[in-house]
Design a protein around this ligand. Structure first.
Ligand SMILES: CC(=O)SCCNC(=O)CCNC(=O)[C@H](O)C(C)(C)COP(=O)(O)OP(=O)(O)OC[C@H]1O[C@@H](n2cnc3c(N)ncnc32)[C@H](O)[C@@H]1OP(=O)(O)O
Length: 203
């Protein structure tokens, strides 16, 4: 296995060997182009995002600045929105489902280093895949750590550090992020706390 195969398999690998530095440089050039676009350059932005990311659904809107390591290890489903300053360290695979929204400053870190200083100084590091389900809203300033899977129909509260898997149909918050409650049919009525929808095209 070369270092890229090791990286994508979640094994310890060296990030500067076997063409990985060159791949990151190529991605950084695309990211730089993306982040330098005029806000009204909608088509160019869409094209660059599709060139940068591995696979993308139909509607994908990423506000700039956006940062990632490779881009090619990120798969995004249909109807994805990321607000300003999203950082995805995709040395491991990142799979994002359909209808997913990120608030500002969301960071997905597949990358990490051994905790023992001697092991860390060996230069070996790792990437462990992150998976995010369908219909997920991630609040502002959330960090998702290596290896985490977030289920379907989940809300992650602002400022959370997600260190463990989160099941389907829940609200989870905090550092470390923990489930606070299930999302139920009762929630359908409200748009914010106890404020009910007053519109006719959605109830
Ligand atoms: C140079 C670079 O760019 S690196 C890329 C960026 N990557 C990162 O920033 C990842 C940083 N990694 C972390 O935060 C990791 O969680 C580490 C290294 C601290 C994990 O250390 P470990 O010894 O494996 O801790 P472990 O995962 O077993 O967690 C122990 C407890 O601390 C909690 N915990 C772990 N990390 C955090 C955190 N960052 N914030 C809050 N709680 C945390 C866990 O939930 C767990 O809680 P519990 O005992 O209540 O279940």
């Amino acid at each position: 296995m070369n270092q890229k195969d090791r990286m994508l398999a979640g094994l310890p690998y060296k990030a500067w060997l076997d063409g990985l530095t060159e791949e990151r440089t190529a991605a950084r050039l695309l990211v730089h182009q993306l982040n330098s676009l005029s806000p009204d350059a909608h088509e160019e932005r869409d094209e660059l995002i599709r060139k940068l990311l591995g696979k993308t659904g139909e509607l994908v809107h990423i506000e700039t600045p956006f940062r990632c390591d490779y881009g090619s290890n990120i798969t995004v489903g249909n109807n994805f929105y990321a607000n300003f300053n999203c950082t995805i360290l995709d040395v491991g695979k990142v799979v994002i489902g359909e209808n997913v929204m990120f608030a500002p400053n969301v960071s997905l870190y597949t990358a990490g280093h051994p905790v023992h200083p001697d092991s860390r100084n060996s230069g070996y590091e790792y990437g462990i895949a992150i998976t995010i389900g369908n219909n997920v809203w991630i609040g502002g300033n959330v960090i998702v750590n290596p290896g985490v899977t977030i289920g379907n129909n989940v809300v992650i509260g602002a400022g959370s550090v997600v260190t463990k898997n989160i099941p389907d149909n829940v609200i989870a918050v905090g550092s470390p992020c923990r489930v606070v409650r299930e999302i139920t049919e009762e929630d359908r009525k409200y748009y914010y706390k106890d404020r009910e929808f007053d519109v006719t095209d959605y109830k």
